[in-house]
Design a protein. Structure first.
Length: 279
């Protein structure tokens, strides 16, 4: 599932391409919207809330989408070949005189009144990419369940919105904290949240997600995606294990030496408390 910075960048690109222009053609390929025609409406703008994308239209309507694991919006000039996947994976086409915005593999696509957007994003915690991010509110939500493992807690979008598996793993490595540490035992929870926010802010304008400061291929991350490879700090092989409750468990990356504390035995699935939804 993409991190919040990926969705933020998609929203910005859609905004830059479409905002202020009139939709000349629309094709929404989901049953609930199959007969909906949005052509003739001005695009007012596009925004991200956590991992949700909101495209606001003239007439008080918002097209809400969520990318989940592999959804994406692509932009093409009129007449250009669409290259985001086979035609049967297209879920939405929004055309203006200058651009075709094509949504591929979108598991969530719905039209809601703009003044009722809270119905689809109101469950989210404070958004780490919001200029007015309320750190105190996010910390209060995290601390409400001190026995919960910090890894799944950071992924729970109801507590704070925007962190995915990559930034969870990288943030906890930086703070030498096992992902299985109970929230109430994390040494400096405000610093953990602050680091995750800095990662998101630093990468939101770029397609590449770099946490080490080194953008070279294979050097971008400390532990995420580096299973079995030497830890950049101590040389110990990076480990992975499933974390969270099925069917929402995720593969967690960590260094067992640099991140001491509770962790599963080698080659064993760790016991885990509820992971909760990460929408």
């Amino acid at each position: 599932m993409p991190e919040g910075d990926t969705v933020w960048l998609v929203a910005r690109r859609l905004h830059d391409a479409l905002a202020g222009d009139v939709l000349t053609r629309t094709d929404l390929r989901v049953p609930s919207l199959a007969t909906t025609d949005l052509s003739g409406r001005h695009v007012l703008g596009s925004a991200a809330r956590g991992k949700h994308l909101l495209l606001r239209l003239e007439g008080g309507l918002t097209l809400h989408s969520h990318l989940r694991m592999d959804g994406m919006w692509h932009l093409y000039r009129p007449g250009a070949r669409w290259a985001g996947g086979p035609d049967w994976q297209v879920r939405a086409v929004l055309s203006t005189a200058a651009w075709d915005a094509v949504g591929y593999r979108l598991p969530v696509l719905e039209l809601v009144p703009t003044d009722a957007e809270e119905q689809v994003v109101g469950h989210l915690g404070p958004d780490l990419l919001d200029p007015g991010f309320d750190a105190d509110a996010a910390l209060a939500r995290l601390r409400a369940d001190p026995g919960r493992e910090i890894g799944p807690a950071l992924l729970d979008q109801r507590l704070l919105a925007g962190i995915g598996n990559l930034y969870m793993a990288e943030t906890l490595f930086v703070h030498r904290t096992s992902p299985w540490t109970p929230v109430g035992e994390v040494a400096d929870l405000p610093a953990v949240v602050g680091t995750a926010r800095r990662f998101l802010l630093a990468n939101r304008d770029h397609a590449a997600q770099v946490t080490t400061g080194d953008p070279r291929r294979g050097h971008e991350h400390y532990v995420h995606g580096r299973a079995g490879r030497p830890c950049r700090r101590c040389g110990t092989p990076v480990r992975t294990a499933p974390q969270g409750e099925p069917p929402r468990e995720r593969v967690t990356f960590w260094c067992p030496v640099c991140q001491p504390g509770p962790a599963p035995a080698a080659d064993a699935r760790p016991p885990s408390r509820r992971a909760g939804p990460r929408r």
